[in-house]
Design a protein around this ligand. Structure first.
Ligand SMILES: [Zn+2]
Length: 260
């Protein structure tokens, strides 16, 4: 998966321009409905793969191949060794207080994470609220396909201190031009991009039972930049067997790059 990714998402891709035209509202809604359908399939497949019944030797092997961490490894992101690995790579590395408190496995961590992403996913839609006066707001999505800022983005703190029953009303996801050019599923797809964005939402509630996965675009130092090679960094994190793969949106995204 990673070697395939290098050829599609490295520097060569940056030069390749996304030239699809801006989507007007009804086209945008159609595109997003299809993207949401694909995303649901991917998330539900991963929920199944991580379930007690689905978690077989092949799925465990695939998990290790994607993350570089065994499913049965205990998440010890707070260990000195893990901190040092992450700090060496990214001096402003984020950390998640929830996963530091509990002795759970990487498998359990992802299982809970996918459950939360699916929960948020089920709250968002393209249903236009009649009271809404913003022409670019389609359900929970801002149609910013006239901007070449990237594929999609969210403000991650939207879920902090937010009751889950308000997700449908409050959550907003920006959709930019590059999203239009992506395939529905698979490597660097609309489905994997949406999973990436959902994973950014902060965890909230007791033991972080609500919200997303609190991931960051690592390396975080200096903020987001098109010039950073995020996929290469994700591959390095995986190869160094750092558990920070579970904090990096670009590593999480790879778990959702499946074709169904
Ligand atoms: Zn991101």
């Amino acid at each position: 998966m990673s070697s395939e990714r290098k050829s599609t998402k490295g520097t060569s891709e940056k030069k390749k321009q996304c030239v699809k035209e801006t989507k007007v509202t009804n086209q945008f809604k159609k595109m997003m409905d299809e993207a949401l359908e694909a995303t649901q399939k991917v998330l539900e497949q991963r929920q199944k793969d991580l379930s007690e019944k689905g978690w077989d030797a092949d799925k465990q092997k695939e998990f290790f191949k994607i993350f570089g961490v065994e499913g049965h490894s205990i998440i010890t992101i707070d260990s000195e060794e893990e901190k040092k690995k992450a700090m060496d790579a990214d001096p402003s590395s984020p950390f998640d207080p929830y996963i530091e408190k509990r002795n759970i496995t990487a498998h359990e961590f992802m299982q809970e994470g996918v459950d939360r992403l699916l929960f948020i996913f089920k709250k968002i839609s393209t249903t236009i609220d009649e009271g809404n006066k913003d022409p670019i707001l389609i359900g929970n999505f801002f149609n910013k396909t006239d901007s070449d800022k990237g594929s999609a983005s969210v403000t991650a703190d939207q879920t902090s201190f937010l009751e889950p029953d308000r997700y449908a009303e409050i959550l907003r996801i920006n959709i930019f031009q590059n999203f239009v050019c992506k395939p529905l599923m698979g490597v660097n797809s609309q489905a994997s991009t949406l999973c990436h964005e959902l994973s950014h939402f902060y965890r909230s509630g007791e033991n972080g039972r609500d919200g997303g996965m609190g991931t960051e675009d690592m390396p975080t130092k200096g903020g987001y930049s098109k010039l950073k090679n995020y996929p290469t960094f994700a591959t390095e994190l995986k190869e160094s067997k750092s558990q920070y793969v579970f904090k990096n949106s670009y590593n999480i995204e790879r778990y959702f790059e499946i074709l169904l």
